[in-house]
Every structure is written in C-alpha cells, then in structure tokens.
Design a protein around this ligand. Structure first.
Ligand SMILES: Nc1nc2c(ncn2[C@@H]2O[C@H](COP(=O)(O)O[C@H]3[C@@H](O)[C@H](n4cnc5c(=O)[nH]c(N)nc54)O[C@@H]3COP(=O)(O)O)[C@@H](O)[C@H]2O)c(=O)[nH]1
Length: 676
C-alpha cells in the first residue's frame, strides 16, 4: 500500500493548521460549556437556597400553631416549582408530615441539589425547633437549557471553524501557495525558454526576499551567459569577433546579399614578418602589436562591417554591401596605410606591413568556406608579390594552389623513388678565379614534367617535416659527393648545404645530420651549413645551441641571404658563424647606382672586422665582381661564373688547370649569355 502525501505547501500548511484550530475551538467550546454549566448549577443552588429559606420561613408559624391546613396549602404549592424533585417536611421527632414531589415524571436530570433547613420558632423561652424542611432540586431544566444551548453553540462552532478555515485557506493560498506557484512557474519558464525574465514582486516578506535573491540570481546567470557567449565568440586578446562569429556573420551577410543582389568583399590580412617581431621583442610586445593592429583595422572600416581575428597574426574583414571591387581595394589601401604607421614597442619604433587577399561574393564564391579560402589564396599571392600589398583572387591562383597541393603530395614519394638530384654551384676566389667550394642545390626531376626548381617545392616541403627528410637526403648525397671527389683526386672541396628553419626546432634532427656526416666518413669541416637569419629568430636559444653543437663537431656555419631579413646583431654576436653570405639583392644593386654598393661595403667591413669569411651571392656581371674584389670580398658565387650544375657538368670545372678555371673571367669579360 502506498500512502500519498499532499504535495502543495499550502495544503500541507492547512493540514497542520486546521486540525489544530479544530482541537482548539472544540477545547474552548467545552471549556465555555463547562463554565456555563457551573454558573447555571450555582444559580440553581441559589434558587434552592432561596426557595428553602422562603418556604421554611413561611412554614415555621403554621407548624408551631399546628395549622395543618396552611401547612398543607403552602407545601402543596411547592409542587409547582419546576426544579423541585422532592420536598419533605419532617417533625422534630422525625415523623414525616408531608411530601411534595415535582411534576416531572422523568426529569432527565444528572445531578440533584439538596437543602435541609431546621424550622425554628423563636419564643421568649428560647428557640424551639418545630421540624425540618428537606428540599431536593433536580438539574433537569438546567440540562435542557445546556443541551439546547449546546446545539446552538455547536452550530456557531462549526460555522466559525468553517469561516476561520476558509479565511486561513484563502490567506495561505494568497500569502504562500500562489506566490510559490508563481515562483515555480517563473523557474520552469526561464529554464525551458532560456530567457531570464525577472519576477515582479511587491511583498517585502521572506518570500519577497527569496524572489529578490531569485531575480538577482537570474541577473547573474544572464551576465555569466553573456560573458560565456562573448568568450565563445570573441578573441580574448583583441576582443574582436573570432573565427566562429565571423563565419556566422559572413553566412548571414551572404544570405542578405543573395536576397538583395548585393556584393560582399572578404579581406584576409596577415601582418608581414610578425613572427620575427614576436621572436625578437618577445610575446608581450607581440601581443601589444596585435592589439594595435586590431584597433587600427577596426577603425578603418564601417561599423556594419566585421573585423575578426582569424588566429595568430591573421585578420579577416567582411565588407557588407560594396558597390564595386574598387571599394574593397580602397579599404585594403587604407588598411595598409593605417597598419604601416610606426608602432612604439619597447622604446623601439617598429614599422610593419600587412598583406591582404581579397575575394568577392558572388564571383569568387557563394559560400563562407570558399570565400575565405579564396581570400586566403589571394593573400598568399600578395605575400609572394613582395608583401605590404593586396591582391584580388582569380582563378589562375586557384590553379596555382592546386599545383602546390599536387607538388606537396607527389614530393612525399619523390625521395623514395629517387627523383631528387643535387646540382652544384661553384664558389670562386675573387682574386685568383680558383674554385674554393660549391653550394649544393636540390632539384626534382619529376617523371613527365622534367626538372622542377626548388623554389617550386621547397616552400611546400617547409610546411611539414618533409623538409627534414629532404635536408637529410641532400646532406647524405653531398657527403657522398665530397668523398667521391676526394677519391677521384680532386682534393677536399668544401660543400655548402642549406638547412631549413625546421631542422633547428628539434635536437634529434641536428643529431641525425651529425651522425649522417660521421657515417659518411668525411671531416665535418668540409660541410658548411647555410642557414638564414629567420632560422635563428624562430627559437633563438634552441637554434643557437644547435648551431654551436654543429660548430663543436667541426661544421662550418654560414648565414645565408645576409641583410635581407631582420638582422639582429645581438643574436649574430652569439652565433658560431664562419661565413656571411651577402644577399644577392645588394649585389644586384652594386652597379645600379643604388645604395647596394654602400651596404655591401659596410657588410664587408663588418665581416672583416669580426674575422668572418665572406661570400657574395648572385654575382652576374664583371662590374659586380670587380667591385667585390676591390672591396675585399674574398669569395663570390653567381651566374657570372656558372649556374648550378649537375655533377657531371660540375666535375670538369674541378680538373686542375693553370691558370685557375675562372681566372681570366674578369679580364676577358665574356658576355653572360656565353657562360650560361
Ligand atoms: N632547404 C633547402 N633549400 C634549398 C635547397 N636547394 C635549394 N634551396 C633553396 O631554394 C631556393 C632556390 O634555389 P635555386 O633555384 O637553386 O637558386 C639558387 C641559385 O640558382 C640562385 N643563384 C645563384 N647565383 C645566382 C645569380 O647570379 N643570379 C640569380 N638570380 N640567382 C642565382 O640562388 C639560389 C641559391 O640561393 P641561396 O641558397 O640563398 O644561396 C633558394 O632559396 C635555395 O636556398 C636545399 O637543398 N635545401
């Protein structure tokens, strides 16, 4: 058997209060009745006393005078007294003179009251007791009155109980049950609809306080929800919308543009060389830079446009409702101008650039993913075209991207299928014209396509660990070549090998390079590792430690493309460099009347002062060579001497000759075309 209890608090309260009230009321009623009964009985006793006294007084004289007629008359009259049960007149000798009984046959009484009085005649000789009057009253009438009154009282009791119960019911409902129901309904409503509607409440009682606390809780939940929503859809650093929110807004913008036949522009912006700033000045300054750029970008566009942080140093803008592609171009120009204003970081004024790719709805894509992907592709193009510029997406770009993807996939098999080849470009003594070394440069002979230059596949390889495998392959082949030249009697020809920045992100990759050279059985001093400045900037401490490890094993270290990046001299001082390779852009400027000559002179002076070896890259003309030789640059490399050559074409250059192989070149000044 299951007992079910009432669930409502109002009902529970009533179940507690009403029986109490009932018991209380009944107890009070009984107490009143008892008091009333006592009062009535006291009154009855009084009447009995008065009756007995009066009758006794009336009877004394006739009794004294033996006036039986009067005694009889007086006594008979007593029978009419309604409360009388019995009256008895007794002589002094206890002989009963008269008995009078009340009219009621069945008085229905509960109690009888008795009064006995001596009948005393005063005489000059003293008081003489002539007899005794004994009177008994019944309480039948009193009981009748009490009964009839009890019925009325009960009626009043039930009535007032019902009245009080009803009033309590209404009060409990109004004060407790209804407010609680409202609170409950509000809770359910707010929970199911996820709204936070506060409850309007007037009362200042405890429930009012509960509702006040409830409303406050709702407000706090609301605030927390807003915070969570903000965090979920905004970038915590810049407070700009994040990727998720951008995609939502772009999706919405596309839907609106579709309905109203409008154009949208998506601009994918990336800060140029942000990583270098981050690595050299630290992440705190990098964050400051990102915030400054974010503020500047946001200030450049209209309020209705969306600026989001896509991640890292990338921002995406959605320009809703543009009238023509030219409008997107002018926004891009404004962005480049705004971002280009120098920023003070760590007391240093930094000027940064931004590259931007633009895709347009509907011509470049009709959905969020395509528009963003194509803007990103256009950004890649803008970066490739010298940075700090913008570029619109076009279909050819898509084809190029597909080509890059194809190359990245096919390159994975190129090593295993022995499709890579190593070319060698001579390094020449600027005074004697003798070959003093070579740079190993990789080529990919792809079946059906011919030679693919490294510029077309090294960047793809650098996006993954594939470049580490390529680097190891190049190193193994270069070591074998050095050994082979030794064995063929060409002597020790030092070979420079390019290692990409990824190689300096894990110790084990450098340890494999060291092991590989040791296994090859050639002195590591015959291998010069060429790294760019950006290699060191990524994780300076690790890169510097690994370069030292190489140096300690006897490898030569050369800084490639020196001067082209963010040359940080404080890092350079910590590097175990043997050689600086002057970037070919400066060499190209030597005979162009630009600053190149002065820069090259400064680099040469610095290298000589620090006791570093020098190689000038990209020497293409006699004038450049003459300048370099006169400026004291010991070694040069470039098309003026030779393009990178397959080993079969390079080896003849190594054969002993007198004068040295390139000795006549500056003097003969043979046309470049004839040399290549
Ligand atoms: N991580 C690796 N990178 C490598 C490897 N092999 C090459 N590369 C890098 O690819 C880039 C392009 O190389 P490549 O097409 O071989 O071009 C080299 C020379 O051909 C070119 N060069 C040389 N002289 C001249 C010149 O007179 N004019 C002119 N316009 N170009 C010239 O320069 C490239 C060599 O440059 P560098 O390495 O900076 O000395 C290039 O970045 C290579 O580094 C590899 O195995 N691993």
């Amino acid at each position: 058997m299951t007992i079910s209890f009432p669930r409502g608090i109002g009902t529970k309260l009533l179940l507690i209060v009403l029986p109490g009230m009932l018991v209380g009321t009944v107890a009070m009623f009984l107490a009143f009745e008892r008091i009333d009964e006592r009062g009535r009985m006291a009154a009855l006793q009084l009447r009995l006393d008065n009756f007995a006294i009066t009758l006794a007084a009336a009877l004394v004289k006739p009794m004294w005078e033996f006036d039986d007629t009067t005694v009889e008359r007086l006594f008979a009259a007593t029978a009419d007294v309604p409360e009388l049960l019995e009256a008895r007149l007794v002589y002094a000798d206890e002989t009963v003179l008269a008995i009078a009984r009340g009219h009621r046959a069945d008085p229905g009484f509960v109690t009888t009251l008795h009064k006995s009085m001596d009948l005393v005649q005063k005489s000059p000789t003293g008081d003489v007791t002539v007899g005794r009057l004994e009177v008994a009253f019944h309480d039948g009438l009193v009981q009748e009155e009490i009964h009839s009154q009890r019925a009325g009282g009960l009626l009043v009791l039930v009535g007032s109980f019902l009245l009080l119960g009803g009033a309590t019911l209404i009060a409990v409902r109004r004060i407790v049950a209804q407010p609680l129901s409202r609170l409950r309904d509000s809770l359910y409503r707010n929970a199911s609809t996820l709204t936070r509607e506060p409850l309007v409440w007037q009362a200042r009682d405890e429930l009012g306080e509960v509702v006040g606390a409830y409303n406050q809780l709702l407000a706090e939940i609301d605030q927390h929800n807003r915070d969570i929503h903000h965090l979920a859809y905004h970038d915590p650093l810049t407070n700009l919308p994040n990727r998720q929110l951008l995609e939502d807004r772009l999706g919405h913008a596309i839907a609106v543009a579709e309905r109203h036949q409008r154009q949208i522009a998506v601009l994918f912006a990336d800060i140029d060389n942000f990583k270098v700033v981050n690595d050299t000045l630290g992440h705190k300054q990098g964050d400051r830079l990102l915030n400054t750029v974010a503020e500047r970008i946001a200030a450049t566009v209209r309020g209705m446009d969306t600026v989001a942080r896509w991640g890292g140093d990338e921002f995406v803008l959605v320009l809703e409702t543009i009238s023509s592609p030219g409008e997107a171009a002018s926004v891009a120009e404004k962005l480049i101008e705004a971002v280009g204003v120098p920023v003070a970081l760590n007391t240093t004024l930094i000027r940064i650039g931004v590259s931007i790719g633009i895709s347009l709805y509907p011509q470049d894509g009709r959905d969020v993913t395509t528009l963003i992907k194509n803007a990103d592709m256009a950004l890649f193009e803008a970066k490739g075209r010298g940075r700090n510029t913008f570029h619109f997406f076009d279909q050819a770009m898509n084809n190029r991207a597909l080509r890059r993807l194809d190359i990245a996939v096919a390159l994975r098999h190129a090593i295993a299928q022995d499709q890579l080849e190593l070319y060698y470009q001579p390094k020449v003594d600027t005074r004697s014209g003798a070959i003093v070394g070579a740079e190993a440069l990789v080529r990919w002979r792809r079946p059906g396509e011919g030679i693919i230059p490294p510029g077309d596949f090294i960047p793809q390889a650098e996006e993954s660990d594939l470049i580490v495998a390529v680097g190891e392959w190049v190193m193994r082949r270069a070591c074998a070549q050095v050994l082979s030249w030794r064995q063929q009697g060409f002597g020790d020809i030092p070979v420079a090998v390019n290692l990409s920045p990824r190689h300096f992100q894990r110790e084990r990759d450098i340890d494999r390079i060291i092991a590989l050279v040791e296994e090859a059985g050639i002195p590591p001093s015959l291998i010069e590792i060429e790294v760019t400045e950006s290699t060191v900037m990524r994780d300076p401490d690790l890169a510097i430690a690994l370069l030292w490890r190489l140096r300690d094993h006897g490898f030569g270290i050369a800084i490639d493309d020196f001067g082209s990046g963010y040359s940080n001299l404080s890092y350079l001082r910590r590097l175990p460099i043997r050689t600086l390779k002057i970037d070919r852009a400066f060499v190209a400027d030597i005979d162009q009347g630009k600053d190149g000559a002065e820069i090259v002179r400064a680099i040469i002076a610095m290298a000589n002062a620090l006791g570093l070896g020098l190689v000038a890259e990209g020497v293409e003309t006699e004038a450049q060579l003459r300048f370099l030789r006169d400026a004291d640059c010991a070694v040069a490399q470039g098309y003026y001497f030779s393009r990178p050559l397959p080993v079969a074409e390079f080896e003849p250059l190594l054969r002993p000759s007198e004068p040295p192989v390139f000795a006549a070149r500056p003097i003969l000044a043979r046309p470049l075309a004839a040399l290549t």
